[in-house]
Design a protein. Structure first.
Length: 251
C-alpha cells in the first residue's frame, strides 16, 4: 500500500538572506490521539473489543517504558528506544539540576519499509497564511517537538508575531485533559513574524500539549479583524530530568 504525504514549499527560516532556499512543510491532516488509534484499530474488524485494544496498548506502553528505563535498548520493529544520560557528572554524583535522563527514539524497520512506499506530493509554494515550519528546545537542541519546563522554546515559521487586542490573541498550551494554559506577555522573549522564542512555565507537568499561537498580525502594518491561529503538538519532558525508579521488568 502506497502512502501519500502532501507538502508545501516554504522559505528556509535558517537561511534568512537566501529567498530561493526552500524546504518542504508537510500539509497537516490533523492530530491523532490514542482514542483515534483505538477506533481505527477496531475498524480493521479484528473482532477485538475496544476494551481489549485499550488494555493491550496500555500494557505494551508500560512494559516498553519499564524496559527502557531499566537500561534495555528496545526494538519494537516500529521504533528503537534507547536511554541516554546527559550532563557533566561532578564528583561522581548525580545532580538532577545538571544531569538528566533522555530517551532517544528512532525509526525501526517497519517505519523504514513504510517510508520507502511513501510518495511525496508537492502542492506548490505556500506564500500566504501563517505556519510553523520548525521548532527547537533550547535546553536539549531537540527539534522533534520535545521541550523542557522552565526553558526557552523556539518556533520558526511565517506570520507568527503575536499582536492584537482580541482576547483570544496569545499563546496557549492545552494538555490532553485539562484547561488551556495561557502564557503571559513577558514569557514571549522574541516576537517576530518568522520566529517566536517563548519561556515555558517551570511547573509545566510532563505530557503532550497542543501549543497554539493566535494573532491578528497581518504584515505591512495591518491587523486582521478576526484572529487566526496555528498549532502543533509538543511533548513536555520531566522538569527535573529524573524518572521514577525503574522496576525489575521481569519481577
Amino acid at each position: 500500500m502506497e502512502n501519500i504525504l502532501k507538502a508545501w514549499l516554504v522559505d528556509n527560516a535558517v537561511t534568512v538572506d537566501n529567498k530561493e532556499d526552500k524546504i518542504l512543510l508537510p500539509e497537516t491532516a490533523g492530530n491523532a490521539t490514542l482514542p483515534d488509534i483505538y477506533r481505527l484499530m477496531k475498524a480493521e474488524d479484528t473482532g477485538l473489543r475496544e476494551e481489549t485494544i485499550r488494555h493491550v496498548t496500555d500494557l505494551f506502553q508500560r512494559v516498553v517504558t519499564r524496559l527502557v528505563l531499566s537500561g534495555y535498548q528496545v526494538n519494537t520493529g516500529l521504533f528503537y528506544a534507547t536511554p541516554q544520560l546527559r550532563g557533566v557528572v561532578e564528583q561522581g554524583k548525580w545532580n538532577p539540576e545538571k544531569n538528566s535522563i533522555y530517551v532517544s527514539i528512532t525509526q525501526g524497520k517497519q517505519l523504514r519499509e513504510a517510508i520507502a512506499k511513501t510518495r511525496v506530493q508537492i502542492l506548490g509554494e505556500k506564500t500566504h497564511g501563517m505556519y510553523i515550519a520548525g521548532s527547537e528546545d533550547a535546553a536539549t537542541r531537540a527539534g522533534d517537538g520535545s521541550c523542557t519546563p522552565g526553558r526557552n522554546y523556539v518556533l520558526n515559521g511565517r506570520m507568527l508575531k503575536v499582536m492584537g487586542t482580541d482576547p483570544e490573541v496569545g499563546i496557549t498550551l492545552t494538555p490532553e485533559s485539562g484547561t488551556p494554559i495561557k502564557l503571559s506577555a513577558d514569557m514571549i522573549a522574541v516576537n517576530n513574524p518568522s520566529q517566536l522564542i517563548i519561556l515555558l512555565p517551570a511547573d509545566l507537568a510532563k505530557g503532550t500539549y497542543e501549543l497554539k499561537v493566535t494573532t491578528q498580525f497581518a504584515g505591512g502594518g495591518k491587523a486582521l479583524k478576526t484572529p487566526r491561529s496555528v498549532s502543533k503538538l509538543i511533548t513536555v519532558n520531566d522538569g527535573d530530568g529524573t524518572a521514577d525508579e525503574p522496576e525489575n521488568p521481569f519481577g
